[in-house]
Design a protein around this ligand. Structure first.
Ligand SMILES: [Zn+2]
Ligand SMILES: [Zn+2]
Length: 313
């Protein structure tokens, strides 16, 4: 998208991008810098990463997580942070192989140590096997999301990181917010609040340094930095309501620039108002012994929904 004869707001070079929601014209270099500056601002505003933290980064190999790793590798030096990349191999044939090869090359170039954990090793089966053996109509993303969360936690503990970054962007967050609004999951809305401390002292803090960035701008950042784009979509990605919400929010934003940011602000305010009760009592799952909000954890509940004999993580 090149705009002729308009100069960059910062440096007077030719503008390359028009940031509709703020009215800024930016050249390529200033655009790239703005993504780093915005991420730095989000991190410091919510004290996401602190001086000397050992930082884990969940890297799927998609453009968002590779961009996050690149931005954090630039920022890590400022606060003496050690970075570790963690990749979860769910076992999705003809899909995960490509992204894992991107991750290996990318982390090698950035000299960030990489840990790969697989569902096969942790639970005894791949996502493909589990989806063939589902007992009830079980949404793949719900199932996979719960298992991935545990996989990341276990890897993070092993690496002794004290904060885990995920590449969720503004679009991801408001899509989840809208889904929770539709299904009445008030309790989940509070997790939008980046200041919320983990449920217990044993849980690893999770943060989303891209939470104030539009997905579209991260894609552009990835493109300008030659970050690889995965060519194959996840074969399970069409199963949820998320796609419909995503299209709806994109059309809203196209007509009303800044609408998505407005929804994020509302979600944050709602989350902060919901977070008044403080920490709940810590519980542990009776089956696997991991932290849980009820007597049986989400992972064990999910593992019970497939006709396979799982390993309890
Ligand atoms: Zn410029
Ligand atoms: Zn359990």
């Amino acid at each position: 998208m090149s705009i002729k004869k308009v100069s960059c707001f910062n440096c007077k070079r030719d503008a390359f991008y028009f940031r509709k929601y703020s009215g800024e014209y930016l050249c390529k270099e200033c655009f790239k810098k703005s993504i780093i500056t915005k991420t730095r601002r989000t991190i410091s505003k919510y004290k996401m990463i602190r001086y000397g933290d050992r930082v884990g980064v969940a890297v799927s190999g998609g453009k968002d997580s590779l961009s996050l790793l690149q931005v954090l590798s630039k920022l890590a030096k400022e606060h003496s942070n050690e970075l570790y990349a963690i990749t979860v191999d769910e076992g999705i044939a003809n899909y995960r192989e490509e992204s894992i090869s991107f991750v290996k090359e990318f982390t090698d170039n950035l000299r960030v140590p990489l840990k790969i954990v697989s569902y096969e090793d942790l639970y005894g089966f791949s996502l493909d096997e589990a989806m063939k053996e589902r007992k009830i109509k079980l949404t793949s993303c719900t199932f996979c999301g719960v298992l991935r969360r545990r996989a990341l936690d276990l890897a993070a503990k092993e690496l002794k990181v004290n904060v885990l970054c995920t590449a969720h962007n503004l679009d991801d967050i408001i899509q989840s917010f809208m889904i929770n609004l539709l299904v009445g999951e008030m309790d989940r809305i509070k997790w939008v609040d980046p200041r919320l401390e983990p449920k217990s002292e044993f849980a690893i803090r999770r943060v989303k340094p891209f939470m104030e960035l539009y997905e579209e701008e991260i894609s552009l950042y990835a493109y300008l930095n030659n970050i690889p784009f995965q060519s194959i979509p996840c074969p399970y990605s069409g199963e949820g309501i998320r796609g419909e919400i995503r299209r709806f929010l994109n059309s809203l934003e196209a007509k009303h620039a800044g609408a998505k940011y407005g929804i994020l602000k509302t979600a944050l305010k709602m989350a902060q108002n919901l977070n008044v009760e403080g920490r709940k009592q810590i519980k542990f799952c009776v089956l696997c012994g991991n932290l849980s909000s009820s007597s049986i954890c989400q992972v064990c509940k999910m593992l019970g929904l497939v006709n396979l004999s799982p390993i309890l993580p």
